[in-house]
Design a binder for this molecule. Structure first.
Ligand SMILES: NC(=O)c1ccc[n+]([C@@H]2O[C@H](COP(=O)([O-])OP(=O)(O)OC[C@H]3O[C@@H](n4cnc5c(N)ncnc54)[C@H](OP(=O)(O)O)[C@@H]3O)[C@@H](O)[C@H]2O)c1
Length: 363
């Protein structure tokens, strides 16, 4: 990599007082990244030298200090999103990050070199497992001031998912009851905190080892799935946020009260999603068929079903920055891996047993 070194670049762990000087990427230089050359479950992430990202008029070039690792990275590698998100290969994986602004496009007013930022990039412009990323300024936000880069990188994807599920889709209100599945996971551990902030009564599911831990996050009722069936215990919920399998989705209908909302982030996708993503008639039809069964059952129960695929939003991320700065929500980081061990970090996420978020640290 050809970079001009600024000062005091490597203090991503500390709660820094001095602004970090970015290293300035020279035009035409290359950077280190983790890529896939083809799709497939057994395809390994590979370290590679990639060209520096191109910075458009409305873009910001960010030097990445830490990146979040998400189940979405595995799903993209497996090819699950091929039809919806036709990426060009080789593809740099990585769906959220924190870092320092290096350069801004001519149309960007909101950010300047040296700003400490974090983001989930637009889903058609991912690539956080790399030293640099070019991202639309509208997707970016100033990072919470007291968080380390690793902590900040744990927020964007799961934080925006929780915000869009609980606030946009569910319109969750004070006093309402919400079941958040997998409370010890990346999304769940954030969503519990956000739902409590909104004044909701929160139930969650997890295994024995994590029961006390999710209670401390704020959950009012914790169902240990290794011992009990949540659908036999919970009743009259306003909202369920599902991130688990099809069986859990079906059973979740039983805990909702009439008029309740079943929101799933793990599928099946529905037509409204296909429309909002601007997908073809063919894919709209596929999604209508995929969600037919659960929509029909939901109707029988007098509840609604909807699928969420979260989207990038600097504006919503800034609202999360305020909540984190105010101490309302705290980051939950399970493990931090060095950048060279990105494939190990992804393998760890794939165990499905992580508690909060897994991060790779570049600087
Ligand atoms: N559509 C979207 O926009 C969107 C956005 C974000 C995530 N997602 C999807 O949502 C899912 C969850 O994401 P994530 O980042 O939260 O995953 P994660 O952090 O990898 O989830 C791991 C957690 O799941 C818990 N878990 C596993 N099986 C469980 C069960 N049967 N009941 C309760 N908890 C269980 C585990 O707890 P134990 O160890 O106690 O079992 C572990 O703490 C993934 O499929 C992801 O792709 C979708």
């Amino acid at each position: 990599m050809r970079v001009r070194h600024g000062q005091a670049g490597g203090c991503s762990n500390a709660r820094y007082r001095q602004p970090i000087q970015p290293e300035v990427l020279e035009t035409g230089s290359i950077m280190k990244a983790f890529i896939i050359d083809r799709y497939g479950k057994k395809v390994a992430l590979r370290a590679a030298d990639m060209p520096e990202p191109e910075v458009g008029k409305d873009d910001v070039l960010v030097q990445i200090h830490a990146a979040g690792v998400n189940p979405l990275d595995s799903k993209i590698r497996d090819g699950e999103f091929k039809l919806i998100l036709p990426y060009r290969l080789p593809l740099i994986l990585g769906n959220d990050f924190a870092g320092v602004v290096v350069r801004v496009g001519s149309g960007v007013q909101k950010f300047k070199p040296g700003d400490e930022v974090y983001a989930r990039p637009d889903d058609n412009r991912i690539g956080a497992f790399a030293e640099f990323i070019a991202i639309n300024a509208d997707s970016l936000a100033i990072k919470p001031k007291d968080l380390s880069m690793e902590e900040a990188a744990s927020i964007p994807l799961v934080g925006l998912t929780a915000w869009q599920a609980l606030i946009e889709k569910a319109n969750l209100k004070k006093g309402q009851k919400v079941l958040i599945h997998a409370g010890s996971g990346g999304v769940g551990s954030f969503a519990i905190q956000l739902a409590k902030h909104l004044g909701a009564f929160v139930a969650t599911t997890t295994s024995t080892a994590n029961v006390e831990w999710v209670k401390r996050l704020g959950a009012d009722i914790v169902v240990d799935y290794s011992k009990n069936d949540f659908e036999k215990i919970l009743r009259d919920y306003d909202v369920v946020l599902n991130s688990l399998d099809a069986k859990t989705l079906q059973k979740s209908l039983q805990v909702l009260k009439p008029g309740g909302k079943l929101i799933s982030i793990s599928g099946p996708p529905d037509v409204d999603y296909a429309k909002s993503a601007g997908l073809s008639w063919f894919l709209k039809t596929v999604m209508r068929l995929l969600s037919f069964g659960i929509r029909k059952k939901a109707k029988k129960y007098g509840v609604t079903y909807s699928f969420l695929f979260m989207r990038a939003s600097g504006e919503q991320l800034l609202k999360l920055t305020f909540l984190i700065n105010a101490g309302v929500i705290r980051p939950i980081v399970d493990r931090v891996f060095p950048f060279e061990s990105t494939p190990d970090a992804l393998a760890y996420v794939e165990t499905g047993r992580t508690k909060g978020k897994v991060i790779v640290k570049l600087k």
